[in-house]
Design a protein around this ligand. Structure first.
Ligand code: PLP
Length: 401
């Protein structure tokens, strides 16, 4: 993976060799994220996309507080998906005015946090709007609201569709005029629209089509609004390559078209702020997951490499996080970077389920006990998406009656 260099057999993370990082981390397994790779991604986006476009970081991709603090310096705003993520974002020192909160099923105390801190709430249902109105009245602070729109079109070739058709996300485009009317009646602070169509898209043409659709829909919906639009969040969805045959997105055409669309939009709507929110694209390829080989065994002609990490720590790499057909994440032996691959092996975790498979028929150099297995592309939806910690929602409790 070209974002990381090597020194001899050792993989380097921001210049640090893996054999030392293992001691730095104090244990295996560990996740390591490379600041320089993240900063490079931000520079690339700023270079290729219009200067006026604001970049937001979607905290749920990687909510590690140190990462969020670092991102806060790199981007123009943070998007959160739960009360705990909001707390992390606020603790980074960012003002609520630069934070927005989206996600279905927001609870009253989470909405209260948002209203009190002047965070923009991307409203996802009529019930949620009622709750917001009541909370605003109760604490005497006018809520800042944007409407998260479930568009009347889909993002084609998106790895994970999150808009179009029937969805738990957002308010159907055809119901938005009624919601805009209510926001105005309730005297809430209307911020604008949020249109997110899907995640993990590597197809430039479908992103271009989605962007045209988003601006057209926003223009049309804004006609029914009682107040000016201050903010248009066009979602993100830029993907990163994980599997053989996938290649990084070319941003040129996307940047050029956005330039035109933004110019047109601001001609009609004045200085509305336009933002793109990205998670995976910013941090995904900056992270690796490292575990250690504990055992090696042969079973009827197949070699099994047993490691001390597994699907409980990296659900996505096991193929159980939204993949229809299981594919391997890119893998390497991080202390044998110069050695040629030999024969295909199975890399499995310590859990008692056949699902605990980190790599299937993967060709690696000769593996020995103590070697460090590296899984690339693990900076987003890795540690925290596995799975009880996803979106930093509270854990359930247990009782015995
Ligand atoms: C998950 C999510 C994102 C981030 O998606 P990525 O694919 O990680 O860029 C952005 N916005 C919303 C509303 C989301 O739910």
């Amino acid at each position: 993976m070209s974002q990381f260099q090597c020194n001899g057999d050792q993989l380097l993370v921001n210049g640090h060799p893996l054999n030392l990082l293992k001691y730095h981390a104090g244990q295996t397994p560990f996740y390591a994220y490379d600041r320089s790779v993240i900063a490079q991604k931000v520079r690339l986006l700023r270079h290729k996309l219009p200067t006026a476009l604001k970049l937001h970081y979607a905290v749920k991709a990687n909510p590690m507080p140190a990462v969020v603090n670092f991102m806060r310096e790199q981007v123009d705003g943070l998007d959160v998906a739960s009360g705990n993520e909001l707390r992390t974002a606020l603790n980074s020192g960012l003002d609520g005015h630069q934070i927005s909160f989206a996600g279905p099923g927001k609870q009253s105390q989470e909405l209260g946090m948002a209203v009190a801190t002047q965070t923009t709430v991307n409203v996802e249902s009529f019930n949620e709007l009622e709750k917001l109105r009541n909370i605003s009245d109760e604490i005497g602070v006018r809520a800042r609201v944007a409407v998260r729109v479930n568009p009347n079109f889909e993002l084609k070739s998106s790895g994970m569709k999150m808009g179009g058709g029937a969805q738990q996300f957002g308010v159907d485009a055809e119901q938005v005029p009624e919601m805009l009317q209510l926001i105005s009646e309730y005297g809430l602070h209307y911020r604008g629209l949020h249109i997110f169509t899907g995640s993990q898209n590597l197809n430039e043409d479908s992103i271009l089509t989605a962007h045209r659709g988003i601006f057209e829909l926003a223009t049309q919906l804004q006609q029914g609004a009682k107040s000016d639009i201050e903010s248009l969040n066009i979602g993100g969805g830029l993907g990163i390559p994980y599997f053989p045959g996938e290649t990084p997105i070319h941003l040129e055409a996307i940047g050029e078209q956005l330039n035109e669309l933004m110019t047109q939009f601001s001609d009609q709507h004045g200085d509305c702020e336009i933002a793109m929110e990205l998670g995976r694209y910013l941090v995904g390829d900056a992270g690796i997951y490292v575990c250690e080989v504990i055992d090696i065994k042969q079973s009827r002609g197949t070699e099994f490499i047993v490691v001390n990490g597994g699907l409980h720590q990296h659900l996505s790499a096991s193929g159980n996080f939204g993949q229809v057909i299981r594919k391997n994440y890119p893998v390497a032996i991080g202390n044998k970077m110069q050695q040629a691959p030999e024969k295909p092996v199975q890399i499995v975790g310590p859990l008692c389920t056949p699902l605990d498979l980190l790599a299937n028929k993967y060709k690696l150099p000769k593996v020995e006990i103590g070697d460090l297995v590296v899984i690339y592309q693990s900076g987003a939806y890795g540690y925290s998406a596995s799975p009880r910690d996803f979106l930093s929602h509270p854990h359930p409790v247990e009782i015995l009656i």
